[in-house]
Design a protein around this ligand. Sequence first.
Ligand SMILES: [Zn+2]
Ligand SMILES: [Zn+2]
Length: 426
Amino acid sequence: MNLKFLGGAREVGRSGVLLDTGTEKILMDYGIKIVSQAEGPLQEPKIPLKVNLNLDGLLLSHAHLDHSGFVPNLYHRGYRGPTYSTATTFDLSRILLKDSIKLANLRNQEKHFFSKDLKIMEENEYRVTYGQYFYIGRVGIGVYDAGHIPGSVTFHLDTGKKTIVYSGDIKLKDTELLKGLEPIRERTDVLMMESTYGEREHPDREKQERELVGDIKATLENNGVALLPSFAVGRAQEILLILEKFGLINKYPVYLDGMSIDATKVILRYPELIRNPQALEKIFKTITKVHNNRQRDKIINEPSIVVTTSGMLNGGPIVHYLEKLYQNEKCSLILTGFQVPGSAGRTLLDTGKYITETDNFKVKCKIRFIDLSAHAGRNELFKYVRMIDPEKILVMHGDECEKFAGELREMGYDAYAPSIGEVVEI
Ligand SMILES: [Zn+2]
Ligand SMILES: [Zn+2]
């Protein structure tokens, strides 16, 4: 029995792991790695290693494109087997996948799948819920809440010989939007875990929220616009809930722009998954939704709070806002999510410059980074390992997987960070 790492190994992005039990072949996630245009001419998203279509099933951990972004390619190539995930994940993925087709068209990039493939994927959806247990062949699979974004799953697999956990992306602590993950009580032989923050600790969350609110207030009192580029799924809603918590929603004009609008609608369709659906519902009704450039140009004439996509500045309405406001020192640009190396957001944080295929300018707005991460921090990851207490740990989904695996070895665990293409016998 073995695990083949198709992507997301010693990197963040294009997650994909194939379990081959000798009888069943089960793929876990099949994502893409978003690469910015900062380092030169147009770059295609990086894709996982090609997988044979002779699969018994695909387990999708959550909607983010680094996990879901290449799933439709399987259907494009002729796969007609099931994909298992939560209804929320399927609905959110559809928004993000449609957008990635639109983006590929816009950028004249090679297309690896089309709208009709999303349709075929939809026909092969198998919706599962937290607490459910199902089978692919003889492999029993448990579905656990991963606490990362609405609908996110950690899968527990029992092949009869080995028990395996595929963590997906995880968060242990509660946020405003979500409760932390649901602990796995079953015995686990092999743990495949994310390690995005393996080498860093998150600062105190409450303090970060206060800083965010302080920065926004200072900007507005100075007659500026506070731009909050955010991931559409999870982060935008988390920010809205923080704004509400500190009384900003009714005090100032708040705008929601880009894919976050549809993502919020989907999330509100599954109120049982979030901590305070009534609050989010009320906020969503109160704030103004922005749909076009005419509206955008109008709202930035007055002090306002704009929550918009994309979270790493690689596209979406934030580009328009930046092009209009980059010379305005009164405005602020507040990043709140993980910025993948090479993304326009990371480049901006490192150099103060916004560089894409079409833009290259120094941003005079105040640039801030507030950590509102939906990933487990370093201490949470160690806690997770102790909680599951597996026999073997395979560290993935991080920039420093090997280092983190080394630390786990020092603690007495059998830990290893596979590289892309590697096959690990279990
Ligand atoms: Zn994620
Ligand atoms: Zn991820």
